[in-house]
Design a protein around this ligand. Structure first.
Ligand code: 5GP
Length: 183
């Protein structure tokens, strides 16, 4: 679905699917250059990173293996709990691998700070992070991000893989959810 299909549920469209795709072209070119000659493993964080993983991986000109993790996040609410639980672990041994974690959004950074530390302890040759969206004003802990799609305001957003109570993940654009939907 596109933003006009649910326009009453959004207060603003922040980035259209075309803008997201164009930015991913740039990031993919950068990743291709940075990892030239290296065997890259992309790790996606379920469920939100499904869209960015699918799009970014197909824009790369080099081989990239993929694996997935699921960790706890908001549930049906709109505030970060800071509680992190691994719901599904990787099936790949990270020893000696060049790992790039692919995330949908960094809000407080609490989830990723935990995740990056956990993965770094598994012996990868290198580990870096790519996030499609980041809320600089919401960050509570510093997270080292190698590639960022867009910095966005400190609002609750949906679309491009990001849900509210299981909905809006299949919205192609990124928009600010109207407060009346969750209040
Ligand atoms: P953090 O730990 O950085 O606060 O949040 C991490 C997770 O919270 C993200 O991976 C995402 O699942 C969820 N999240 C954070 N901000 C938003 C938002 O604005 N909209 C949605 N739908 N999810 C968010």
């Amino acid at each position: 679905m596109d933003a006009p299909d649910i326009s009453a549920d959004l207060t603003e469209v922040l980035y259209s699917s075309d803008q997201i795709s164009a930015r991913l072209d740039e990031i993919a070119a950068q990743i291709d250059a940075d990892y030239a000659g290296k065997d890259l493993l992309l790790i996606g964080v379920l469920n939100g990173a499904v869209m960015v993983m699918a799009d970014l991986s197909r824009k790369l000109k080099t081989h990239a293996a993929m694996d997935w993790m699921a960790i706890s996040s908001y549930g049906a609410g709109t505030k970060s709990s800071g509680v992190v639980r691994i719901l599904k672990d990787l099936s790949t041994d990270l020893t000696g691998r060049h790992v790039l974690v692919v995330e949908d959004i960094i809000d407080t950074g609490l989830t990723l700070a935990y995740l990056m530390q956990n993965l770094a302890g598994r012996g990868p040759a290198s580990i870096a992070l790519m996030a499609m969206f980041r809320k600089p004003l919401a960050m509570k802990t510093p997270v080292d991000v190698a590639y960022v799609g867009f910095d966005i305001p400190n609002d609750f957003v949906v679309g491009y893989g990001l849900d509210y109570a299981g909905r809006y993940r299949n919205l192609a654009d990124l928009g600010i959810l109207a407060p009346r939907v969750y209040s």
